[in-house]
Design a protein around this ligand. Structure first.
Ligand SMILES: Nc1ncnc2c1ncn2[C@@H]1O[C@H](COP(=O)(O)OP(=O)(O)OP(=O)(O)O)[C@@H](O)[C@H]1O
Ligand SMILES: [Mg+2]
Length: 304
């Protein structure tokens, strides 16, 4: 018999009543369970009692701010997805939040479609999340090759399958970051690589109400030459490290000019953070030649 689908639990932590209610109204449009808190202390209480899957949190708030709340949450859970909502111009804090292991961020003013897009992306991750299995952690070497078509909605499951391969070898504190970093790079391989959607197209989509990125993705996905392009994934785990090589069949890009993730000035645009999020979570992110191939590496603790 089919299990009833479990609703993703969302917590919004925001001191500004208008912003909080506005975000809540967007979240309520989807199938989510929702709770709201007005500051970090309330947020932390609800983190304990409500056990949210995903938290949207403001950074500057009275009583306890978002950074302190995040720090306390991360002492308890590495699996709760935390998305900071940050004011334009507060890049230093955003970077601090990412270092404290926030998973993503939204820059205010936040549009309904930004919230829906984030919920959709992470709902896929959560529904596919696998259970930790001890035996797999005893395996020292593994190899896996996958070939994907351009269905973005499959990527949550693919990331999940890839995480299973390294189960028990990557520390629990690092797993969610790795999973989301893989997701960002695979999204890029389809979106920018195979479907040839440019940085400019994405900017246009965030700025214009008429131009919809999803429509362009669907249109390209049904048209040659984009349609028959594939993404190739090669995973290898040795005693020392995990390595993922992700190759698309697009034309590549000038990866040498991707903004430095350590410069806060680069954090404030509405997109352009996928590569940065990956860089924060892997030990190495290496683009090869024309940029249609990425090597991601994570060094491992010695197995017991
Ligand atoms: N595989 C790829 N093929 C071609 N271009 C790419 C590829 N990966 C990244 N890029 C280019 O690098 C830019 C930055 O990628 P990044 O993932 O950091 O941000 P984004 O995809 O623009 O936005 P976001 O990931 O935040 O939604 C992209 O806009 C695109 O121009
Ligand atoms: Mg991206």
């Amino acid at each position: 018999m089919d299990q009833p689908e479990k609703k993703m639990k969302v917590l919004i932590v925001e001191d500004d009543t208008f912003s909080r209610q506005y975000m809540a109204s967007v979240v309520r449009l989807g199938k989510y369970e929702l709770m709201e808190a007005r500051n970090g202390v309330e947020g932390l209480k609800l983190f304990e009692s409500f056990a949210p899957d995903l938290i949207f949190s403001d950074i500057s708030m009275p009583v306890m701010d978002g950074l302190e709340m995040l720090e306390r949450i991360r002492r308890r859970s590495h699996d709760t997805i935390v998305i900071m909502t940050t004011a334009f111009g507060s890049a230093e804090f955003t970077l601090k939040a990412l270092r404290l292991r926030a998973n993503d961020y939204l820059v205010k003013p936040i549009l309904p479609k930004d919230i829906s897009a984030i919920l959709k992306k992470y709902a896929g991750v959560l529904s596919a999340r696998s259970v930790e299995r001890e035996v797999v952690g005893l395996i020292l070497e593994r190899n896996l090759k996958m070939k994907l078509d351009n269905r973005l909605e499959m990527l949550g499951k693919v990331a999940d399958r890839l995480m299973q391969e390294s189960e028990g070898r990557i520390s629990p504190a690092d797993r969610m970051g790795i999973r989301l970093g893989l997701l960002e790079i695979m999204i890029n391989a389809i979106e920018h690589g195979n479907l040839d959607i440019t940085y400019f197209d994405k900017t246009r989509a965030t700025e214009s109400r008429e131009f919809d990125l999803h429509d362009l993705i669907v249109e390209r996905g049904n048209k040659e030459p984009y349609k028959s392009r594939r993404v190739h994934i090669q995973f290898q785990m040795t005693a020392e490290m995990c390595e993922w090589v992700i190759t698309d069949e697009g034309t590549g890009f000038d990866w040498r000019s991707v903004p430095d993730p350590n410069d806060p000035a680069n954090l404030m645009s509405m997109h352009g953070r996928g590569i940065m999020l990956a860089r924060l979570n892997f030990d190495e992110v290496i683009y090869i030649e024309r940029g249609n191939q990425v090597i991601l590496r994570k060094r491992l603790q010695p197995a017991n």
